[in-house]
Design a protein around this ligand. Sequence first.
Ligand code: IMP
Ligand code: MG
Length: 174
Amino acid sequence: MPEKIKILLSEAEVDQRIHAIGEEISRDYAGKQVHLVCVLKGGAFFMCELAKRISIPVSLDFMSVSSYGGATSSSGIVRIVKDLDESIDGKDVIVVEDIVDSGRTLNYLLSLLKERKPASLRLCTLLDKPTRRVEAVQVDYTGFPIPDKFVVGYGLDFDQKYRNLPYIGVVEFE
Ligand code: IMP
Ligand code: MG
């Protein structure tokens, strides 16, 4: 394997932060039900852990989009690979993503979901690389802002590998 992985955020740090976001969402939506929309595949690990930490009623759905581009960047041309199973009309939706990088994927996805008339629409991301932003995106819940490094783990991949790492690591290319 030509690349090395260096730990950026430990398993304990990530778990602790997800726990805190879960509590924050439970407070913000007290008395309501939240509908979590996971962006596959990267958002899956985060969404499962987050959902377990939310104490109000939760329903889940999954969506898969692909942005044409190389292994480490997105092009801005987004295609729906798998759409939601259920309507989001009138629901309090939180989109759960692994990372916001250029913002192109999320910008596209959020405007698409907004047209489907949810009662509310927010974005929750485990990681954010604010210095990489090309298109503005409003992020409502952020796990960690991180520097402009290519990271893997907790759902994030490099060439479909490393999603299963229980921590966030920086890929060091040789
Ligand atoms: P954006 O459209 O540029 O914001 O790209 C978002 C998507 O790019 C994420 O959902 C990831 O799939 C991928 N991505 C961006 N940065 C990284 C990274 O550091 N590691 C792994 N995937 C990344
Ligand atoms: Mg990805």
